[in-house]
Ligand binder design. Structure first.
Ligand code: GCW
Length: 653
């Protein structure tokens, strides 16, 4: 009885800042359940959600032909709110839109809304392994290991509430057993749970599956036996999961098998699978993340392998390209394939999990990075958007409460890439924390500044991939163990020497600039016009090169790193002042993380400046805070992998 009274009290009181919250409710922190509002019309998940959480006037859900797939309208009509859509999914998105208006405190009196998504396919990629580890995951184990029905439901609702309609259940480094009958049955169980929320499941496949699972001698995509093995496998999948979405494939990349092992091309491999999936309306998402140890410039490789195949891919193949040409670095130029390929369907892959951005310890809001990408790549030139999930079985799902914002923002941006990062942050904060302006203003600004700050304290001015070997958490610009392939070591990227630092990708260097449209090629090729935030990406910059600020490059570098540290500290100061507007539990958990971030930022600055100083031989300017660590100590220190992620993952690069 006592528990009942207490919990009723909490429900009535709503989520007051006096009580702890654990983040498990994400942005769906509705404080009333089973309202008595009339919701009539089409029955289904949209109706259930509204009946449970909507507190406004009567709602009618109706089907309407002629609206775009997944699109909806919401209109106020004679005292009622009418949500119309062509499909159940559209109605559900409309229902969540209405709930979002409620949760963000907007008026629902005179509604006249019409929405349709920019992309049909808005998809999460989980890098989850069969043993429950998540590659580059920082939020616990895989949620799919022992799917808990309540968690699955929450996962489905969270995705649907931001328009995500697909999920790849397993790692692109796919174990062949992903296609065993036992795992397919598991995938079916998950698909059944997600279907009512308009979410389809997809699988990553290992290209050598016909050998490893099927016992064949080859996986040559042109071999008749191989093709019929795939046909049978795909039939088996569709019997279990009739609306199965298709395959995601990492082939001939980082040691994964692929068509090139049999003298065939990416197009041969992708088209074979596409042919098998086609009768079931399935698709192939074929990744362009390829690079080779012998390549003089890793950034050139995807273009070199894929451009000759432009126009050769089947119509149900989409080439999935990471936003940048190297990896998910804090800042990269966009991958030149996006503007070069003209006759191929493409989708962008963003990384929500912060492999290269401080794992689940740093607050880095990613929407500004995606906005930057879309300022170069026209959203309309893409077919779809994929995000590498940052989700695990941690109570708060993402390890850091603010990492939830990246999951949220991904869905919103895949629905509408023109949404501004500040609008998305505003919505998310209001729903996840509160609409109190005293919190909203400063914390929104913090979020918006966070990515640039991380770039400053980690890798300003175009520096990239100077991460600690293996887990990529902290700085190790010196990391270069004997025998390790060069492109898995930072010196390959920073190339610091007595003259300067940076990777010469100009026409007289690796000629990477040539892969960009002519105007950009010219801009990037000239050290005096190249944007300074990409300077060492494209140029080997002399230490004394004069920057726009009037400083030398070396002095500018010192200032950038130091600015980053000051910003990270400032984030902590901002948050510390938020205690009265945020519940105690999340307040302290975020505070703890921001302290780590501030300390890590010093470590980044000190390690990088002291190390690069061994090449520049120049003093750290007087108006910059001087390092508090010693280089030799930092160089001796190996960051224990177990501090940041599951040690079972065991990376070597
Ligand atoms: O950035 C690298 C990661 C690998 C990852 C790979 C990829 C799944 O370090 O862990 O493997 O990218 O995207 O395939």
């Amino acid at each position: 009885m006592k528990t009942f009274i207490l919990s009723t009290f909490f429900l009535l009181a709503g989520w007051s800042s006096a009580y702890g919250e654990d983040g498990s409710q994400l942005w769906l922190r509705f404080n009333s359940i089973n309202t008595t509002v009339s919701v009539t019309g089409v029955k289904g998940t949209a109706m259930t959600e509204l009946q449970t959480y909507w507190q406004g006037g009567p709602v009618v859900l109706k089907r309407q032909k002629g609206l775009a797939k997944d699109g909806y309208t919401i209109k106020s009509q004679s005292g009622k709110i009418v949500i119309a859509a062509a499909s159940d999914a559209g109605l559900l998105y409309g229902a969540y839109h209405l709930l979002r208006l409620q949760q963000t405190g907007q008026s629902c009196d005179q509604l006249d809304i019409s929405e349709q998504p920019a992309y049909d396919l808005r998809i999460l990629n989980h890098w989850d392994n069969p043993n429950g580890t998540c590659e580059r995951g920082f939020a616990g184990k895989s949620i799919f290991l022992n799917p808990n029905p309540e968690r699955m439901k929450m996962y489905a609702r969270a995705n649907a509430s931001v328009g995500i309609n697909g999920t790849v259940l397993n790692n692109v480094n796919a174990k062949p057993e992903a296609l065993s009958t036992a795992s397919l049955e598991k995938a079916k169980a998950i698909a059944d749970q997600l279907r009512p929320y308009g979410i389809r499941v997809y699988l990553s496949i290992n290209f050598a599956s016909p050998i490893k699972v099927g016992g064949l001698e080859t996986a040559d995509p042109l071999d008749a036996k191989v093709i019929s093995w795939w046909k049978e496998k795909v039939n088996e999948i569709y019997k279990l999961i009739p609306d199965f979405g298709g395959f995601l494939v990492k082939a001939n990349s980082e040691g994964e098998p692929g068509p090139q092992d049999f003298g065939r091309t990416h197009a041969d491999g992708a088209n074979m699978l596409a042919g098998v999936l086609k009768p079931h309306k399935g698709i192939v998402m074929w990744r362009a993340f390829v690079y080779a140890p012998q390549s003089p410039d890793r950034a050139n490789q995807a273009y070199l392998e894929f451009m000759p195949l432009d126009g050769q891919f089947a119509d149900n193949v989409i080439i999935q390209i990471k936003n940048g040409p190297v990896d998910f670095q804090p800042r990269e130029p966009y991958s030149p394939l996006f503007t070069a390929m003209q006759k191929t369907q493409m989708m962008v892959e963003f990384q929500l999990t912060q492999e290269y951005l401080g794992a689940a310890n740093h607050l880095v809001y990613l929407a500004p990075m995606w906005q930057e990408f879309f300022s170069f790549v026209k959203p309309g030139s893409l077919r779809a958007m994929a995000g590498v999930a940052n989700i695990g079985d941690d109570t708060n799902w993402c390890g850091h409460h603010f990492a939830q914002a990246n999951w949220y923002a991904f869905g919103r941006a895949a629905w509408n890439p023109a949404l501004k990062p500040e609008e998305i942050a505003d919505e998310w904060l209001r729903q996840t924390f509160s609409s109190d302006e005293r919190m909203l203003g400063p914390v929104k600004q913090l979020m918006l500044d966070s990515r640039e700050a991380a770039v400053s304290y980690m890798m300003p001015l175009g520096i990239h991939h100077i991460f600690a070997g293996g887990h990529h958490y902290g700085p190790e610009p010196w990391y270069s163990p004997k025998g390790l392939r060069a492109d898995w070591t930072p010196p390959y990227y920073h190339r610091a020497d007595s003259i300067g630092m940076g990777f010469d990708r100009t026409l007289t260097g690796s000629a990477n600039v040539k892969q960009y449209p002519e105007a950009l090629c010219r801009l990037y090729n000239d050290i005096n016009t190249c944007p300074e935030n990409l300077l060492t990406w494209f140029h080997h910059v002399p230490w004394d090169h004069k920057m726009k600020s009037g400083r030398t490059f070396w002095d500018e570098l010192c200032h950038k790193y130091d600015d980053g540290v000051h910003e990270a500290r400032h984030f902590l100061t901002i948050w510390d002042a938020m205690q009265s507007y945020v519940d105690q539990q999340r307040f302290s958990e975020v505070q703890r993380k921001l302290r780590i971030q501030a300390r890590d930022s010093e470590w980044w600055r000190d390690a990088c400046l002291l190390y690069f100083q061994t090449f520049s031989h120049r003093p750290i300017p007087q108006d910059v805070e001087h390092p508090v660590h010693n280089l030799d100590e930092m160089m001796k220190f190996r960051i224990p992998i177990s501090m940041y992620e599951n040690p079972e993952n065991g990376y070597n690069k």
